[in-house]
Design a protein around this ligand. Structure first.
Ligand SMILES: C[S@@+](CC[C@H](N)C(=O)[O-])C[C@H]1O[C@@H](n2cnc3c(N)ncnc32)[C@H](O)[C@@H]1O
Length: 483
């Protein structure tokens, strides 16, 4: 690609340049400076539909490249910007009509006093838009003429400092040229959570500090140091900058949660999924959350009027789950447990089920542990006894929403096959599958929903092949998206 850009550049002569725009976000920003040696710095970089752009007009000095310990002073530099001298009494009107060409830069004033001249002010113009009086549009020229503002371009030496640069501009100037610069992060309350690549690691402390400086409300930056494979799905992380306080507060779908981010699982990318499942519930329903975390299904469900049994094996998750139930005043609606998911299904869930099935409420079982949950489905085998509780066999059975990752070409079929294997019953035609999100290239997070088959839930129950397993209104085909 660089060769292509370079060829384009070689074929463009400076006088033919049409538009001048700064290029900090352009995909070509990493062009090696050597490739541009033949071009005047105020001239373009990119040829795109006949428009030509300036490289790094406001870019920091090249000396900052490779900096690993943030020296804010080193980013200061001076650029020459065009100006218009405007009479004070028409300034407001003029600025209003020159928005297109006026300087726009965070933290920089674009109207300045003129020393020794009380009757005029200086409007700073964007050098990317204005290089001569011909840069103005006909409408702009007309307005200036009507206001009696002479079309004379002056120049002002403008001091750009670290404070006037955006995070990605700072990082792009520091990190190795031509390599990926990440200023993207997940925000969990006051914590910015990064997943840095190998080449970014030498700069990690600087990256952390820049993110704190440039994002109001972020006071701590952490980097993930392992993949999420611990039992409790929490990350190991290194504090890169800031106060190191891991106890944070977030709001999701109007509900507040507090937790220690270093001890529990929290993923801001699941908010839509939490909302989708809670939207399936009706007030009075019962929710059995097998892997509840700090409560993002359980608490909104309780606020929606459901009764909830919520379980998590991680004692810290359990502690924050309890805390969040109190925080959201639903502790009367949620019973919490701290045990293994399989023990929860075969213990508290099994004990609650007979009386729940006799009532009018729908029962939903939520199983969000995508790496393993499908394998837990065998715990439902023979949970109830059709001989001792024959009246339950005819009741509407619990609806399960079980999550799984898939790296297969057909992730829908994959989760149906794995759920079938775990339940010991073919689930085609008896479930719906929802694609939750793309987790990584080639890795999807899926949710399979189905009513527990009678022959699974009841020991010694044989299926009458002609009778439907569930009311037809609730039947959905596998592979049918629910979103
Ligand atoms: C992916 S998180 C989901 C948490 C929450 N439901 C959510 O949507 O954010 C899975 C949770 O399962 C818990 N967990 C892991 N293994 C478990 C097990 N064997 N039994 C019960 N909980 C378990 C973890 O501590 C974690 O909180």
């Amino acid at each position: 690609m660089w060769r292509f850009i370079y060829q384009c550049l070689k074929n463009v002569s400076a006088p033919s340049l049409v538009t001048l725009r700064p290029l900090p976000r352009s995909p070509f920003c990493g062009v090696p400076r050597s490739a541009l040696a033949n071009f005047a710095p105020t001239h373009l970089l990119m040829v795109e539909q006949k428009s030509v752009e300036i490289l790094d007009l406001y870019g920091p000095p090249p000396e900052v490249r490779g900096m690993t310990c943030l020296d804010r002073e080193a980013f200061g530099h001076t650029v020459k910007v065009p100006t218009l001298r405007i009479q004070k009494d028409v300034l407001h009107k003029a600025v209003k009509n020159l928005k297109r060409v006026a300087l726009k830069r965070p933290g920089l004033k674009r109207v300045l006093e003129v020393a020794g001249d009380e009757s005029h002010k200086l409007l700073l113009l964007d050098p990317a838009s204005v290089s001569s009086p011909t840069s103005f549009s006909e409408a702009e020229k007309r307005t200036l003429g009507d206001l009696g503002v002479p079309l004379q371009i002056g120049h002002h030496e403008l001091r750009i400092t670290y404070e006037n640069l955006k995070a990605d501009e700072v990082l792009r100037a520091v990190l190795p040229e031509g390599q990926d610069v990440t200023s993207g992060f997940s925000r969990v309350g006051h914590i910015a959570h990064l997943n840095l690549r190998e080449h970014q690691l030498p700069y990690r402390k600087l990256i952390g500090q820049v993110l704190i400086d440039k994002n109001s409300g972020v006071t701590c930056v952490v980097n993930k140091t392992n993949t999420i494979d611990s039992t409790f799905r929490n990350f190991q992380m290194e504090v890169l900058a800031g106060d190191g306080n891991m106890v944070t507060k977030v709001r999701e779908n109007g509900v507040s949660y507090e937790f220690d981010f270093s001890q529990v699982y929290w993923n801001p990318r699941l908010s839509t999924e939490h909302e989708r499942v809670v939207d399936l519930l009706r007030p009075g329903d019962v929710v059995l959350d097998v892997f509840a975390g700090v409560g993002p299904f359980a608490i909104p469900a309780a606020r929606h009027g459901c009764s909830v049994l919520a379980n998590d094996l991680n004692p810290e998750s359990h502690r924050w789950l309890l805390h969040n139930c109190r925080l959201n005043k639903v502790d009367g609606k949620v019973r919490t447990f701290n045990m293994d998911g399989r023990a929860f299904i075969r213990g508290p869930l099994r004990e609650a089920l007979p009386s729940l099935l006799q009532g009018p409420a729908e029962v939903h079982v939520v199983m969000n542990l995508p790496a393993l949950a499908l394998e837990f489905l065998d715990a439902f085998h023979g949970l109830l006894d059709s001989d001792s509780e024959p009246e339950l066999v005819a009741r509407a059975l619990p609806q399960v929403h079980c999550y799984g990752f898939s790296k297969q070409d057909d992730p829908r079929q994959d989760v149906v096959d794995r759920a079938s294997a775990s339940l010991g019953v073919r689930m085609e035609g008896r479930c719906s599958v929802h694609m939750v999100r793309n987790v990584a290239p080639n890795k999807e997070m899926m949710c399979i929903s189905f009513h527990l088959p009678r022959e699974v839930l009841f020991s010694n129950h044989s299926v009458d092949k002609d009778s439907p397993e569930e009311p037809s209104s609730k039947r959905q085909k596998c592979g049918e998206p629910t979103d």
